[in-house]
Design a protein around this ligand. Sequence first.
Ligand code: TYC
Length: 104
Amino acid sequence: MATKHENDDGTVLARKEQKLKPPPMYQVFLLNDDYTPMEFVVAVIQEYFNKDRETATQIMLKVHRDGKGMCGVYPKDIASTKVELVLTHARKAGHPLQCVMEEA
Ligand code: TYC
C-alpha cells in the first residue's frame, strides 16, 4: 500500500528521504586546430550554439589562443547531439574541427 507506507504486517515504514539529484549538465567545447578557417568556426558557434556574431567571434578567438573554448552547457542528450551535428557539418566541409563534451 504505497500511500500508507505500510508493510503487509501493518508495520509503518518511515518515509524514505528523497535523494533525487538534478541530472548532470555537460559543457560543449570546440578545440583549436591549424586548418579550420576562423570564419567557419564563428558561423558554427552562431548556428549551433545560438550566439550572436560578436560573442561567437570572442569564443572562436579564445579557442584560437587557448586551445579550447566553451560554447554552451546542456543536458547530456542535447550536448551529444550538438557535438554530432558540429562534427558532421565540419567533415562535410572538409575541416578537422573538433568538438567535445565534458560533464560540468
Ligand atoms: N586556428 C584556426 C586558424 O588559425 C582557427 C580556429 C579557431 C580553428 C577555433 C578551430 O576551434 C577552432 N585558422
